[in-house]
Design a binder for this molecule. Structure first.
Ligand SMILES: Nc1ncnc2c1ncn2[C@@H]1O[C@H](COP(=O)(O)OP(=O)(O)O)[C@@H](O)[C@H]1O
Ligand SMILES: [Mg+2]
Length: 182
């Protein structure tokens, strides 16, 4: 995939499918260590040990609508190409954490791409789900938590056109600001 944001959307969608109500997404760009780490933690159904071992196999999926599960294997392939990898920690009934690492400066590392688009697509899913997002670039960060937004919005859903547009602009601005030091 040309953008890591598309991999992120895929992993977020896995959390949604797993019945999660809350997801924490952390993107950490550590230029001193030359590392980019993306981690998605959810409180969904989790996986047992044998499933965790199999999910990086491109032919494993519990879906019945499609025969090949590719989200995690594609992410792992992208990370491994960049001297990194994918680690999955999961506990049945508690949740899952997927962590992908990349050599930040690696020539094959795709750009993060349009995070706003991926986050909005995820947040506008039919089932409400809360997202805590932190994007750290060295010592600076952009972060928000939809649980806090929701408590301020009261009954107004995130999908309300005005809220949705505001959220899109808010994320785009936060991301642009972070990228400005390069
Ligand atoms: N966060 C998660 N929680 C529980 N199960 C998961 C999670 N992520 C992935 N899985 C399991 O791993 C399988 C493979 O995931 P993935 O590679 O993204 O392919 P797909 O989503 O197309 O099935 C899923 O079908 C699901 O059974
Ligand atoms: Mg998937």
């Amino acid at each position: 995939m040309r953008e890591l944001a598309l991999h992120v959307l895929d992993i977020l969608e896995n959390a949604l499918t797993a019945g999660a109500t809350r997801v924490t997404l952390t993107v950490h760009e550590d230029t001193a260590a030359d590392m980019l780490t993306i981690s998605v933690q959810d409180n969904g159904c989790g996986m047992d040990e044998s499933t965790v071992r199999r999910v990086l196999d491109p032919f494993y999926t519990t879906r019945t609508t499609r025969h090949v599960g590719l989200g995690l294997p594609l992410l792992a392939a992208a990370a491994e190409r960049c001297n990194g990898g994918v680690r999955i920690e999961s506990q049945m009934g508690h949740g899952t954490t997927v962590t992908a690492t990349f050599q930040h400066s690696h020539l094959d590392r795709a750009p993060l791409g349009d995070m706003g688009q991926s986050l909005l697509a995820f947040l506008l899913a039919p089932r409400p789900i809360d997202l805590a997002y932190v994007h750290r670039v060295d010592v600076r960060e952009f972060a928000f938590d939809t649980a806090e937004l929701r408590s301020e919005l009261g009954d107004v859903p995130l999908s309300h056109p005005i809220v949705r547009d505001w959220l899109g602009a808010f994320i785009a601005e936060g991301e642009t600001e972070l990228s400005h030091t390069y």
